[in-house]
Design a protein around this ligand. Structure first.
Ligand code: UDP
Ligand code: MG
Length: 311
């Protein structure tokens, strides 16, 4: 009997986790030809999430829990979950039911047809703020303009993936895994699956602007070195500009073309422009250096405090 593994990260989700579990279980039990396991990753929740999960594991030994020592983040939680899957096919979902479990059977049947990565593509996003939609759109446009591979738009981490692909992802030495990019980067037989993203069932989003910003910059830095090249281009451009300004002022001095009064304006403009350019360049490079630092330090990506129903 083939087994489906479901990986679900949860951070402060006491309001929704039970409902989410029952819905998911109901769907999985209807797929009688498959065995299943649900791996919840408790990403350092400060509410009753872990307690509720513990109760669920006592009721159902197919439910497994990995509990982090603190909040490490969504991508880290999913990465950890992927390390412990034992099924032939793996699904990654959010706990808040925005990715409807009812779609799993259809996605699994696409897997049976030979597709290896079935990624959920959001046709419609219900109940998300205009701000979120706009920033998400900007992010995917920038990412695709900058990165060397095509990362499908409007996809999150909702996916059904063949075990073979998960093994490849698990073996990547990279620390800061931007999963939705990596799942596209690894190749294999990919298939888009259109769905309507539902409203969050209960609780609030665990993705404030800072976390979104980190995810976005991590995505861009993981998949592109173009910002670094852009810095070079900017540098050359500004040097050219300063040569032109220099020549212009030299000529006007020599030929008395116009009375360039000791140019306060031009000096100010130049100083501000160039310090701006320099700061921008330094910032961009430091983003990469920070990443290099992070990778060389080889600190674990997450720390597991407790495992339930997992050897
Ligand atoms: N999540 C997590 N750690 C975090 C933030 C979020 O494990 O630091 C989980 C969260 O519990 C949920 C999923 O990641 O299952 C997606 O988060 P959320 O629904 O808050 O994001 P949104 O759908 O608003 O983008
Ligand atoms: Mg959500």
């Amino acid at each position: 009997m083939k087994k489906i593994s479901i990986v679900i990260p949860a951070y402060n989700e006491e309001e929704v986790i039970r409902t989410s579990y029952f819905k998911t279980k109901e769907v999985l039990e209807k797929c009688e030809q498959y065995d299943y396991e649900i791996i919840y990753i408790n990403d350092g929740s400060k509410d009753k999430t872990l307690e509720i999960l513990q109760k669920i594991t006592q009721e159902n030994e197919k439910v497994k829990v990995i509990s982090f020592s603190r909040n490490f983040g969504h991508q880290e939680a999913v990465t950890a979950g992927l390390q412990f899957v034992t099924g032939e096919v793996v699904a990654i979902m959010d706990v808040d039911l925005q990715d409807p479990p009812e779609l799993l059977p259809e996605m699994i049947s696409l897997w049976e047809e030979g597709n290896e990565v079935i990624y959920g593509k959001r046709k419609l996003r219900k109940g998300e703020s205009k701000f979120k939609l706009l920033t998400a759109k900007m992010f995917y446009t920038t990412l695709n303009a900058l990165s060397d591979i095509e990362i499908p738009r409007d996809t999150g981490d909702f996916r059904v993936v063949d075990r073979k692909v998960v093994d490849v992802i698990n073996q990547l030495p990279e620390h800061n895994k931007f999963l939705r990019g990596l799942f596209s980067w690894v190749g294999f037989k990919q298939k888009a699956f259109d769905y309507e993203r539902q409203e969050r069932q209960a609780g609030k989003t665990k993705y404030p602007f800072t976390k979104m910003w980190n995810l976005a910059s991590n995505g861009i830095i993981s998949f592109s070195t173009k910002p670094l090249k852009f810095v070079g281009g900017l540098g050359i451009l500004t040097i050219l500009m300063s040569i032109i300004i220099l020549m212009y002022s030299l000529l006007s001095y020599l030929f008395q073309l116009n009375n360039l009064t000791p140019g306060w304006t031009s000096i100010m403009v130049t100083i501000t422009l160039f310090s701006g350019v320099q700061l921008l360049s330094i910032w961009m490079m430091s983003e990469y250096i920070a990443r290099i630092y992070d990778e060389t330090r080889k600190r674990p990506q997450y720390i597991i405090d407790k495992k339930i129903n997992i050897e």
